[in-house]
Every structure is written in C-alpha cells, then in structure tokens.
Design a protein around this ligand. Sequence first.
Ligand code: NAP
Length: 476
Amino acid sequence: MKTYPLYLNGEFVTTEQTKAVINPATGERFARICTIDRARVAQAIADAHTAFAGWRKLTGKTRGEYLHAIANQVEARKDEIARVITMENGKPLAQSLGEVAGTADHLHWFAEEARRAYGRIVPNQVDGKRHLIVKLPMGVVGAISPWNFPLILAVRKMAPALAAGCTVVLKPASQTPICAALLAECVDAAKLPKGVFQLVAGAASEIGAEFLQNPLCRKITFTGSTEVGKTLIAGAAETVKPLSLELGGHAPVLVFDDADLHKAVEGVMMAKFRNIGQSCIAANRIYVQRGIYEKFLAAFVEKTQAQNVGDGLDPGMDIGPLIDEAAVTKALEHIENAVSQGARVLCGGKRKADSKGTFIEPTVLADVPKTALCMNEETFAPIAPVTAFDTEEEGIALANDTIYGLSAYAFTNNLDRAFRLMEALEAGTIGINDGVPSTSQCPFGGAKQSGWGRELGIEGMDAFLETKHVSLGLQI
Ligand code: NAP
C-alpha cells in the first residue's frame, strides 16, 4: 500500500504519522496519507508568507503561465488521477474523468483571469485630488475542501487564489486526500516557486484553528457542511478572519405541466443522481405539477431503474458506493422516515445486498410529505423524493421553504414563467431546463445558510483580492 507524502515548502515530506484511505466500493484500505501536527501547519503558513513576497510581484501573465502548466500536468495524467478519485470517493470513472476535465478548465480559466485584476480611476470631487482603486492579493490563504468533488473543489479555491497573487495552504478532506497529493505532484512538475502551494493533512479542528488564529493566514476559504461552516464563523469572530464559505444545499426542482417531459426527466436524472446524489447542488425535493405528475413518475422510474449500480472502476456504472457507512445509515433513515409518513417507494429503497461496499439502490419516493426528513435535510444519496403541486405560486413557495439557498432547478417551456422563476427562486445558481448549471466562467455560491461569497467567474478571483483606495493629492 502506497503512503503519499505532503507537499511542504517545495518538498515532498513523509512523516511517521499516517492515515489510511478507504475505497468505499470494497471497504478496503488502498493508500495512506502522511499527517502533521499544528506546529507544522504553522510552519507551512510561515513558509507560504515568505513565498508570498515573491509570488505577488510576478505579473498576472506569469502567474497565469504557471497555472496553465499545472493544468497541462493534470490533463496529461487524467486517467491516473480519475482512477484515484474513483477509488477514494466511489464515483463512476466517467464522472471522475469529467471532474478532472473540469479541474483543468478551472485552472485555464483562472490562468487567463490572472491578467485581469482590474482596478479603476474614480473622478475627484475636490480640486487637486485623484482617486485610484487598486486590487491587491490578500496574502496566505488557508483552503479547506470536502470529499464529494475532491479535486475540482480544491482547485476552485487554489486556482483563483494563486491567480490573484496569494499563496495557498490546502487541507483536503481526510477521506479523499490522495487526489490532492497528485495535484501537489502536478504543481511541483509545473515548477511553482517553493511555498506558493502547500498540502497539509491532519486533525481538521487543529488545522482549522491554526488557519483561524494565525495572523499570517489572511483568508480562509471553506467548502463543506453548514455545521462546520458555523464553527468557522464562530472562530473567525475572535480574529475577524475573512471567510468564503460554500456550505450545504437542499435544491428544489419544479417541473411544470408545460415542460418538455423528456428533457425534464433527463435534467432531473442529472441533477439527482450525478455523483451518487452526493452533490451540494443535488436535487433534494422534486415538485411536479399535477397535470404531468403520473407521466413524469413513470418515465423517471424507468430511467432510474435502468441505472447500473456497482464499483465505479467497472465499465458502464452509473451509481457507485456512498462515501461511508454513516452515509448509508442516513440514507436508509431518510427512506424509512418518508415511508412512515405515507411516501410510496416506486423503486429501490434498500441497500445493495451482494456487496461489501456502501451501495444504496437508486430510489424514487412518491407523494413525499413536507414534513419528511428528506424534504428538510440534505440526503446526500441517490434518493429522489417526488411530490405534486398545483400552481406556480405554490411551487415557488415550496421551493423557497428551506434554510438553504445554493441552487434551484425548473423545467418549463414558458419564457415569461422562466423569468418569474429566475427572479423569485432564492438560490445562488438557478438551472432552467438545465440539470448541470456550474461552469468555470460563472459565479457559484449560496444564499441563506448555504454560504458567503462566490467561487468561479470573475467573482472567484475577487474573493482573494483586497480593494484599496489610494487618494493622491497632486498639484495639477
Ligand atoms: P464537512 O464535514 O464539513 O468537511 C469538509 C471539510 O472540512 C473537510 O476537509 C473536513 O476535514 C473539514 N473540517 C471538519 N471539521 C472541521 C473543523 N472543525 N475545522 C476546520 N475544518 C474542518 O463536509 P463534508 O461531509 O466533507 O462535505 C459534505 C458537505 O459539503 C455537504 O453539506 C455539502 O452540501 C457541502 N458542499 C458544499 C459545496 C458548495 O459549493 N456549497 C460543495 C460541495 C459540498 P476532515 O475530512 O479531516 O474531517
């Protein structure tokens, strides 16, 4: 079993302490990652601070060339990296390859954005003054990423921060650190100056505390649960540490009578079952207008049953294992709870019997009441709760009835309605007739308890830039 090193100040570093990584399709340990204690995380931040002085001075164009070089490394090793993502996360290989391609696209996008940290000149209102607004890198960034899209969500932080001129200390999720170790190899091969990007692993609460309390760490960017996000907010109150937070979601889908049924079913399949339902923008509540309710259910169940469930490394799989046993327990609890409140199981509903892995059959639940757990908490599993609604007003009210506001979907062929929905749905990303709305060049992030700030798009780099006003007193 291979033990992967950390990447500290330009060196691959092995340590005595390691943590095993489990393949959820087999339950077997297949690799180990080295870990460090808080004092060494502090050293990584100090080294990143030293590196910042040189990295910020490079032109945006030069920093962009480094990012293109990392992207080229990732693309050249795409098969190997995708295999590792599938082994540690469980998603089908084709989806891991998609994640690697999206990661390279993020790197190329921010490589180009590196040249565009534009400021502005503001007209003066007092004679003899001139006002410049400049954007400058914040400094060392502590980045914390989750296991569900282990590579792309790490790069969504690292690429814009590096493009902006910041240096980065990345802490990946403990269940999926190996693809981050491969990313560090790509950074090393791209010959970034030492200390500009570092990889740490260890106790999450200690690393989080160091990021929060170390004055050299100027910003924390976090993707993960709302629960952990709230602990970071509480910790940041002490030091007023700036935070970008990409937190939980509970995406509603509205399918209207006037939708193209085929496209709606395809779109909901993607929004629900991609990544085995373990996506922050996964469709969690599917509301279908009464006129097409039964027709939608019939077509949706047929497609759901046709999905292949198994080890993501095997060809042709659609649904891999859930990340761990706790995820299976939660998924089964959500099914039982919905059924106990009157929901009908139209397909699936059980754990896959003949496997050591953490597989749940793709499940469709109909007539799920508003009070069911799955209509209120993130399910993070291939479970699709469907229920009927009557009017557009009712649909919008149901969709917005959540503490979350990350994404929402609607399927309709009525343009007026599409615009009304776009304005009324309370979410940072709205997919209208689109089950996969995220893309490098558009902002992504949440309203309400789904987080603070935006990643991707021009907003993505802005999150790592400090805005300065310079007032010049001149004799002109
Ligand atoms: P999680 O438990 O919050 O963990 C996320 C990351 O935070 C991991 O690296 C974890 O480290 C670390 N962490 C845990 N406790 C910490 C602490 N006290 N201080 C600092 N870091 C800490 O979330 P998850 O289960 O990995 O991910 C699923 C959640 O992420 C879901 O709620 C999902 O909706 C959300 N998510 C949101 C987005 C978005 O863009 N809004 C995208 C993807 C996922 P360890 O692994 O070492 O514990």
